[in-house]
Write a protein that binds this ligand. Sequence first.
Ligand code: IPT
Length: 958
Amino acid sequence: MSKRTVTDYVEDVSPGSGALPPRAWYAASGAACLSLNGSWRFRLSPTADAEDDSFAEEGYDAGDWARIAVPGHWVLQGHGAPIYTNHLYPFPVDPPRVPTENPTGDHLRVFDLPQDWPDRAAGGAVLRFDGVESCARVWLNGTDLGEFKGSRLPHEFAVGHLLRPEGNVLAVRVHQWSAGSYLEDQDQWWLPGIFRDVTLLHRPAGCVLDFFVHASYDHRAGTGTLRVDSDVDGRVTVSELGVDIATGESVTVPVEPWSAETPRLYEGTLATEGERVPLRIGFRTVELTDGLIEVNGRPVLFKGVNRHEWHAEKGRALDLATMREDVLLMKQHNINAVRTSHYPPHPAFLDLCDTYGLWVIDECDLETHGFTEQGWRDNPVDDDRWTPALLDRAARMVERDKNHPSVVVWSLGNEAGTGRGLTAMAEWIKGRDPSRPLHYEGDLNCRDTDVYSRMYADHAEVERIGRGLDGGTLKRRGLPFILCEYAHAMGNGPGGLADYQRLFESYDRLQGGFVWEWIDHGIAHPELGHAYGGDFGEELHDGNFVCDGLLFPDREPSPGLAEFKKVIEPVGITGDFGDGTVRITNKQDFAGLSGLAFSWSYEVDGETVESGTLSVPALAPGESADVKLPAPPAGAPAGEALWTVRAALAADSAWAPKGHVVAWGQVPVSERPVPTVPATARPVTGDGVITLGPGTFDARTGALTAVGGVPVSGPRLDVWRATTDNDDGAPWQSDLRYGLVWRKLGLHRMRHRLDGVETGEHTLTVRTRVAPAARELGLSTVYRWTSDGDRLRLTVCTIPEGDWTVPLPRLGIRFGLSAADRVRWYGGGPGEAYPDTRTAAAVGRWQSTVDGMQTPYVRPQENGARIDVRWAELGGLRIEGDPAFWLTARRWTTEQLDAATHRTGLAPGETVWVNLDHGQHGIGSQSCGPGPLPPYHLRAEPAEFSFVFSAAPDAKSS
Ligand code: IPT
C-alpha cells in the first residue's frame, strides 16, 4: 500500500467508487451475518490529510487511540462539537470545494469471523454501511475498497476475497465535509460519523441479489397480484395464499389488502439456490385517479408528520427500540402518515411502518437550500456535473426501499430549487418504479411531480387550492394537493390545526398534510438541559429553530401532539345542546368501527353521575349516524351537565392496549350556573388597612393583601406573556410579528398609576391607568370589590385608551401566593390550551401540581394555561370565574420566564405567581407559517370580568 494521502475524492462531485450497485434491503435471511457495531478505535484529525493512511495497514498499533461507539457521531462523544444551521452552509459556498479545516475521524476495528462462518468456497461476503456522514474511505486488511458519499444511504463493498478467520482490520476514514455536504443542507445538526450499522454479510453461492416485489390489489375483484422480479432466478412461496411461483411469474389470488389502517402483511419466501429471503408482502395499489391519490380505489387523507431521526443523546444514531417508540407514539396519537424528512430513514423504520401501518413518503437525501442565498446560482441540481451523484442517491433510495408496502410516494428531496438534475432523478425513478407517485415540493409547476405540494401555505390559500381557484399550470390544476409541511410545532403551538383539518375534510383535492415536525432536536446537555443552536459556540447558527417538534427531545409528548391527536381523530363525535343524540362519523378511509367500543358518561359539574356503553351501528368509512343517548340519569344533581362519549379500542392492538381512547366528544346538556355573591358586607377602614368580608387591603394602594388567612401579593391587571416562538415569528413572514411589536410598544413593562381608592357602602373601588412609558396608549382599569362576608368578588373593568392597533398578548390579573403546590380545577384539561390550540381540552375535574402545570418547552416561553376554568383551588384559595377563565401558576415571574434561554435558567422563587386570564391571544404557527387567524386575536377593547375568592374547603391539604 502506498503512503500517499489521497483526498481528492473528498471534493469530487462523483458519488464515489468501489461500492456495489444498490439493492433491496431486508432485515435478515438465513445467511450468516456479523454486526460490526460496537466499540471502535478512533482518532480525530483537523484536516482531511493531516494523517496518512498507514492506520489502515495490518499491524498498525492504535493502542493509544480513543474509543468510540459505532453507530455514533464523534461530536456527541466528546470529540469536537455539533453545529446547527437551518439553511446556511456552515462553510464558504464554493462548490464542490470544502474548507481545509475538515474534521476527519479515523475509525478502526479488528474482528474475527465467527467459528461457523462459511468458508470461502461457499460464497462471498459484503460489507455494508447503512449510513456515514458525510464521506468515507474504506480499507479492509490493507486493501482500499473505495470511497462514498450520500450520508443516509447504504453502501456495500464486496469483501469475500479479503476475509480471514481472525484479525481482520477494518479501517474507515470519515470526513465531516465533502462535495456531498452541498447536497445535504437539511435543517438539522451537522453530525459527522458512522451513525448507522456496519455489517458483514455472507453472500452464499447462488444467493439472492436484488429483487422487486410487485404486489398490487384490485379493489373491484378483491384480488391481489403478486410478481417478484429477481436478478437471480428462484421460487416465491406464500403458504397462507397457497402461492408457489417462479420469480418473474405472476399470480392473482383473493387477498386482504394492505393499508395504513389495516396493515395486512403476508409472509412469504424468495428462495434461490443459495438463500431464502423472507418476504413481507402487503397488497396495495396506489393510483392517481381523477386528480386524487387513491389507494386500493379510495382517496386517502394524510394525517402526517415530518420525521427526522433524532435522539437527544445519540443524534441520528437510532436504535430499534427508539424507532419502534416513534411508530407506537404515532399510532397512539392517530397519526397515519410519515414523510421521512429529509432523507431515507434507517431501513428498519420502514419495516415498522409496514407492520403497524403508516403511509410513508420516502424522501431522498437531498437538499441544497443554502443556494437560495445566491438566488440559486450554481445550484448542483441544475449542473450536469452533479447529475451522477443525484441519480446515485435516487437509486440508492429506491432500490433499498422499493419492497415496502408502506412506501406509497417517492420524494426527490427537499428545498433544492429546480433544475435538470431533479428532472433526471424523476425520470429515472418513474422508469424504475411507475407504481408510486412522485413528490417534490420545490417544483411549483409540478413538471416532474404527481402531487401539488406546498409548505406553510395559510388557511385562505389552502382553501383556494381546495376550490381549484389557485391557478397554476394546466398540469398542476389537475393534481391532488398536500401540505408536505404545515403547522410549525416550534415551542408553544402549533395553533390553527383544527382549522386546517376542517379544510382538508371539506375539499376532496386537499389530501391532508404533514406537521412540521415530529421531535425537537435538542441535545442533552449537562448544564442546559437540552442544547440548541449556539450552545456549542457555533459562529453561525439558527438558535432554537431546531426545536420544533410535537415531542420534546426526551420523547415526552407536547400539548401540540395531544391537540393533533384530537384534531385528526378517526371518529367524529359531536353534538349540541338539546336533542339527546350524538353524531358519530367514521372518518377513516378503509376501516369500519368494529374495533372500537363506545361509551358514555353523564357528568354534572365535572363529576360522573352515571356511565355506560353506547351501541353504534356499523358505519363504513365516511358514513355518519345520529345515535340516541340514554335518558339523563334520574335524580342527577343540579349543575352544569354534559355527556362525554368516547371511542376506545375494543381489544388489544399491536400499538395500544384495549381501552386506549382514540376519539371523544362532549355534548352539553345544561349551562353552568354563574357564581353570585350578594354585595352585603361593608368595607371597614382602620390602621392602614381596609377589610371587606374575608379580604384585607392596603388602605393607601387598595391592593389586596390577604383573603381569609391566605396572604396574597396584590392582584393587578396583566397583559404580558413571555413571547412564544410563534409570537416572535420568523423574519420571512409577511404577517406582523406581534411579539416584536408588543415589545416595541412596551407591553412587557406596563406601569400602574393609582388614581383613587374609594370605599362605598358595599364596595371598594380602585381606579388605575395601566400604560407603558413613552406611549400614549393605555388601559383605564377599575377594580371593584364586593363581598357577602364569606366570599370576595373582584370585577375588573378595563377600557383601552389611545391608538391600539395591535391585539393584546393576554388580558387578566396576576397575583402572588406565598405557598401553593397542589392545584385542582374544574374546566378544560388535562393539558394546556390557548384559543387556537384548545380542541384537546376536555371539560372535567382535573388536578395537578404547580410544577406539573409547566410545559417544558426547550426555550422557555408562555405555557401551561388551562382553559375554560370554572373554578380552581390552589394555595388555600378557591377562585371561581364569571365568566370562565384561563389559569396559569408558576414558581417564577413572567419576566423571568421571558428572560430565560433554557429551562435550567428558571429558578423557583418563594412566590407562586398565578395568572387568571379573561383572554389570551392565539398561538398560530408564525415561527415558520401563518400567525393566528383573526378570530383568535385578542383585540384591545373594553372588557369586564369577575373572580370570586374564598378559602378553599380543604385549604389545609393544599
Ligand atoms: C422548511 C424546511 O423544509 C424544513 O426542513 C424546516 O427547515 C422547516 O422549514 C422549518 O423548521 S423551509 C421553510 C423555511 C421555507
